[in-house]
Write a protein that binds this ligand. Structure first.
Ligand SMILES: O=C(O)c1cc(C(=O)O)c2c(n1)C(=O)C(=O)c1cc(C(=O)O)[nH]c1-2
Length: 238
């Protein structure tokens, strides 16, 4: 069996996956350049909703699989952040408000009528991964968040500038997310490094992060196909 990487080498291997992250996806490039129509932005928000909705279930699967009380105490905060302490609060609620600011009704987002098959398959694969893999691999798969801060900061600035018709309340999801993201990314990285001491575990964590990058890109592939081609969502034909 190979020797484990040092902490620095292991961290560098994880960070190197940033090239596979969804910031460079053509759909994100068009979003940032201000090139999306209102319908395309709505399709994006309604599909991302399915990801947002499933994240707390993914995190609950991690809790269920994790025997370490300290880790569980730290991790459960994520579920509270997304679901809120009570109805009408939390990240999921703020995502819905953004969808409304883009012109969608709450009902059409909640009933998932715009969620594309590719989005559903990709997001469901992420939840299944967290349910079925060791908890530390599932935690490692969430490390895409290390890469998300720069992207989200740019997205917020570009959307405010390039889509001035979006009301400021629509951006609360991103402004509040940005406040927690740096701390979460760093503590998640520490957790993965501390708990992956063999080469085998380190390789599994790198593979988990690569898998997650593919989940995210698959969501945008689905949205991009229907947005660019103007394909009919029931037949898939242009
Ligand atoms: O807007 C983005 O680009 C972006 C990316 C990611 C990510 O990289 O996984 C997350 C989020 N946003 C996000 O808002 C969020 O709550 C989140 C949770 C997770 C996760 O895997 O647990 N990723 C992300």
């Amino acid at each position: 069996m190979s020797e484990p990487s040092t902490e620095e080498e292991f961290t560098a291997r994880l960070r190197a996956l940033s090239s596979r992250y969804w910031d460079s996806h053509p759909f994100h490039l068009r979003l940032h350049a201000g090139e999306l129509s209102k319908d395309e932005l709505r399709l994006w928000a309604a599909n991302r909703w399915y990801y947002q909705r499933c994240i707390p279930r993914k995190d609950a699967a991690i809790l269920a699989n994790c025997p370490d009380q300290d880790v569980r105490r730290q991790w459960r905060e994520r579920i509270v952040w997304h679901d809120g302490e009570r109805a009408g609060e939390g990240g999921a609620e703020n995502w819905l408000r953004m969808a409304e600011a883009l012109g969608l009704t709450r009902e059409e987002v909640l009933d998932e009528r715009h969620v594309l098959p590719g989005t559903r398959f990709a997001v469901d694969a992420y939840v299944t991964f967290a349910r079925t893999r060791p908890w530390v691999e599932a935690v490692a798969s969430g490390l895409t968040e290390m890469f998300s801060r720069g992207l989200m900061t740019r997205r917020l600035a570009d959307m405010r500038e390039r889509y001035p018709w979006i009301a400021e309340e629509g951006f609360t999801y991103f402004t509040t997310r940005l406040k927690v993201i740096e701390g979460e990314g760093k503590s998640t990285l520490d957790l993965v490094v501390r708990n992956c001491r063999t080469r085998e575990h380190q390789d599994a964590a790198v593979a988990a992060l690569a898998f997650k990058c593919d989940v995210l890109r698959a969501i945008l592939d689905a949205v991009d196909y229907y947005a660019v081609g103007g394909a009919d969502r029931t037949t898939g034909r242009s």
